[in-house]
Design a protein around this ligand. Structure first.
Ligand code: SAM
Ligand code: ZN
Length: 623
């Protein structure tokens, strides 16, 4: 029997509400998913919409569940949700929170740990003890590495580094509600704060009166005798945090003019080089040769192995953090500690860009490609307010651990822990043994563009991961090459095979009234055909496709298709299929989403063409 579910015919205002909800999530990810920002995470609102509209036909109830997903628990009891390409686990974790039994797989060990940790948080939380212990770990680590991270009375938050050229605009601060730029004069190298007056885009040095343009492009050459934080990268400015009463004031030191501190820093780095020798050697055995991004990282950034992502001070800090964890933290929670380290590594890495307009680093692969910048930043991963989980540098360890705490608090005060059965494995989708019956499956296959694999994208995370395992003497993980070769990508011949196999297995276990949801969007008809031919082969029939918002890219992102189609399939043949494609929201730009509706429309037309060529017996109606 094929019972109608609202998922087959969602009304426009419900879709509109889902898109609005997604926009609200944009930028400030729900705290439940903040423990690690794996790539291509879908909005929670999308999953909640899918899950709830499968369970009930009442749009009002569905809307309520999008805000309070735990209200689904009664109806979801015993129902099976399956997601073979789990990614950061947004879907599995949302389904678990909503009381479904969840099944899934993910090939990447870093992502797999995110999923496991998320499920643990939804199921039983993390005891307060862990957070208390973690505060101790951070304090002990920072205390032990005082000589590396303190300058006089200040704690180093960031050290700006460059391979030769630097911008004139260094950072930005707010002073009495007014924005001020910290600039460096290309003539005398003096640094000074500047609030825009006079000709826009230009400033005048108060010391030598040189007039110069304000730019974030690498424009000025730096002297060669500056301290080298790591191969080829010279430090030119240090940002310090200085305690004044209850506030932590920022202070900047210009290393180009301050020889004394510059020389001191050289000595500090020499020490760190010795401390980190072992970690460095270990990570050096993980070369980037043969990895998708390897050649570019080498060519443009001079990186040869995983060791080159971090500076000696960072490696020393990672190592000490790990050692201290193993002494203080209950072994049951090492996975969480390692996850925090991995999340932090992303911003700490030398492949993170320094962005003067915000005065913060932008994690490299955050935009699905690595920055190979002329100037970058060395983040102090240990920067935090002593005794608290308050970070003093973006994405430092305190912030990653605090994110875990917030996720737990979210669950506790929103429906509380959930009871569900689950089976999740760090294996390929092809190798996962499916549950006996499936009610609802989401297939969100990888289809990266510019960067060819998630493994390549997560090299930095992975480095921190294996370093943790090495220092704590935990089981070692497969090598990056092995992981990358198991991963399927759209340019890989196995892609079609894997989708065929996954769809066929899902269809076989799918209940008569079950549904499969494909999340996908491509510009080309041929690339649309790959999953559609797989679904056809699996004897799955498309009922409807909805255009919704996919990822969250803002202006910086490289991908141009920001929409996403949810294609709903069932096992019962249908004559007619509906495509709902509408830019429902006006002024979407004001949310910081930049949609190219022409391209989105082209992708929609490709979907329709691919559908009519694959499913030629189905009439397609576009709305
Ligand atoms: C588009 S992402 C999924 C994102 C997820 N829906 C979310 O919202 O968090 C695709 C994932 O598939 C994984 N993957 C690639 N090849 C795989 C394979 N053969 N088996 C299982 N997972 C694979 C990638 O590592 C990546 O994390
Ligand atoms: Zn000057």
């Amino acid at each position: 029997m094929d019972k109608m579910v609202l998922l087959d015919s969602a009304p426009e205002d419900l879709l509109n509400a889902v898109i609005k909800k997604s926009l609200e999530e944009k930028g400030r990810r729900l705290s439940l998913h903040g423990i690690h920002r794996w790539w291509s995470r879908r909005f929670s609102a999308l999953y909640r919409f899918i899950l709830a509209s499968f369970l009930n036909n009442d749009p009002d109830w569905i809307l309520t569940c999008i805000n309070q997903p735990w209200l689904m628990r009664e109806r979801a009891k015993g129902k099976v949700f399956y997601e073979p390409f789990a990614g950061g686990g947004t879907g599995l974790i949302e389904a678990a929170l909503a009381g479904w039994n969840v099944y899934g797989s993910e090939v990447n060990p870093v992502a797999a740990d995110i999923v496991e940790s998320g499920l643990q948080i939804v199921r039983e939380g993390i005891p307060d003890r862990y957070f208390k212990d973690m505060i101790k770990v951070l304090e002990l680590s920072l205390e032990a590495l005082k000589e590396l991270w303190y300058l006089n009375d200040g704690l180093i938050s960031y050290t700006l580094v460059s391979r030769g050229r630097i911008p004139t605009w260094i950072t930005t601060r707010r002073n009495n509600g007014r924005e001020e730029k910290l600039l460096i004069c290309p003539n005398c190298m003096n640094i000074f704060f500047y609030a825009q007056k006079g000709e826009k885009g230009f400033a005048k040095c108060p010391l030598c009166e040189e007039k110069f343009s304000i730019t974030i492009k690498p424009a000025i050459d730096i002297p060669s005798n500056l301290p080298e934080v790591t191969r080829g990268w010279k430090a030119f400015i240090v940002e310090l945090r200085i305690k004044e009463g209850s506030r932590w004031r920022k202070k900047w030191i210009n290393l180009i003019l301050n020889r004394e501190i510059s020389n001191h820093l050289k000595k500090v780095i020499d020490k760190a080089l010795k401390y980190s020798k072992d970690s460095y050697e270990f990570l050096s055995t993980y070369t980037l040769n043969g990895i998708f991004e390897g050649r570019r990282l080498k060519r443009e950034g001079g990186l040869n192995s995983l060791a080159d992502f971090f500076t000696p001070r960072q490696l020393t800090s990672f190592e000490l953090f790990t050692k201290t964890c193993t002494k203080i933290i209950d072994k049951k929670y090492w996975r969480l500690a390692r996850l925090a380290l991995s999340e932090t590594a992303k911003s700490s890495s030398i492949a993170a860009k320094w962005y003067p307009p915000t005065g913060e680093p932008i994690p490299a692969a955050a935009i699905k490609t690595y920055w190979i910048s002329a100037y970058a930043v060395e983040t102090n991963p240990l920067a935090h307010i002593p005794g608290r989980l308050t970070p003093l540098a973006r994405n430092s360890l305190a912030s990653s651990i605090r994110a875990q705490k917030r996720a737990v608090e979210f669950v506790r005060s929103n429906g509380d822990y959930s009871k569900f059965k689950y089976k999740f494995l760090n294996v390929t989708a092809e190798n996962f043994i499916l549950p006996q019956t499936i009610n609802l499956a989401v297939i969100d296959p990888p289809y990266l563009g510019r960067v060819k694999s998630y493994t390549s994208l997560s090299l930095v995370h992975y480095s921190a991961f294996i370093l943790f395992n090495y220092v704590s003497k935990e089981k070692m993980l497969p090598k990056i090459h092995a992981i990358e070769s198991l991963e399927v990508t759209i340019s890989n011949k196995r892609y079609r095979e894997v989708l065929n196999s996954v769809m066929t297995k899902v269809a076989y276990r799918l209940k008569d009234d079950g549904r499969v949801v494909l999340m996908y969007n491509r510009q080309s008809i041929d690339e649309w055909k790959i999953p559609l031919e797989a679904s056809k082969m699996a004897k799955l029939y498309p009922i409807v496709a909805y255009w919704v918002l996919g990822e969250t890219p803002g202006r910086l992102a490289r991908s141009t298709l920001r929409g996403l189609f949810l294609v709903i399939f069932s096992r019962k043949p249908h004559r007619r299929m509906i495509i709902i494609f509408k830019n429902i929201l006006e002024n979407i730009e004001k949310y910081g989403i930049f949609l190219d509706m022409k391209r989105e429309y082209e992708a929609c037309m490709s979907l329709i063409k691919a559908l009519s060529s694959v499913y030629h017996n189905i009439t397609i109606v576009k709305r």
